[in-house]
Design a protein around this ligand. Sequence first.
Ligand code: ASP
Length: 228
Amino acid sequence: GPTRRAGAVASLRHIKNPSKVARIVMEQTDHVLLVGPGALRFAEMHGFERMNLHTPESRIAWLRWKARTAPNWAPGLDSPDWKEKAASLLDPSLSEVEKSRILAWADEVAAHPVTGTINCLAVNEKGEISGTTTTSGLSWKIAGRVGDSPIIGAGLYVDNDVGAAGSTGRGEENIKVSGGHTIVEMMRKGMSPTDACLEALSRIARNYNSDKTRLSKFYVVFYALNKD
Ligand code: ASP
């Protein structure tokens, strides 16, 4: 944005608002990206509280996912129904209807893992642009996996002279085309935000030779804002 600075954190556990930590990296350090335990230590040094961000519901969903994907973790033939076991993790004061709703939800998200990324781009009346992308990343990934969201130039890119772009969806695909940067560069050449986003998407499609079967297995959404 107008300051031409950037900051990010990645692989940061136990902190509720990582974008606020990223802002401190930007404003108070000489670095751009902190990751993993170092990022956590940095956050705690700046007063962020280390929290357990799991809920009984998210734990059940994870157990359900693990049982679906890892054969040795699936219930045995003579095991009680997974729902019985999972229900024991829930607050006993919940109604039966509420417990069933949570178990149905866990089953659904284990089959179709949810995401929750937010990309936010803003331009003020002076034409100054800023942006942030914040996420919990893909559900149940390998520890240490970093998506596109904290990568400046992929999940977010801002050039105060031109515009800004960001993304949600399968970060791996976006990193491979540096989507945020690509879109801003296309807008610099005169493309509309929509056409610039389509150009970045077409680069992702090209990486799979436009094979619709493989492309249908993931999604990427781009967001763009120009100075106007
Ligand atoms: N882009 C995020 C990532 O790859 C995930 C998401 O948007 O849901 O980590």
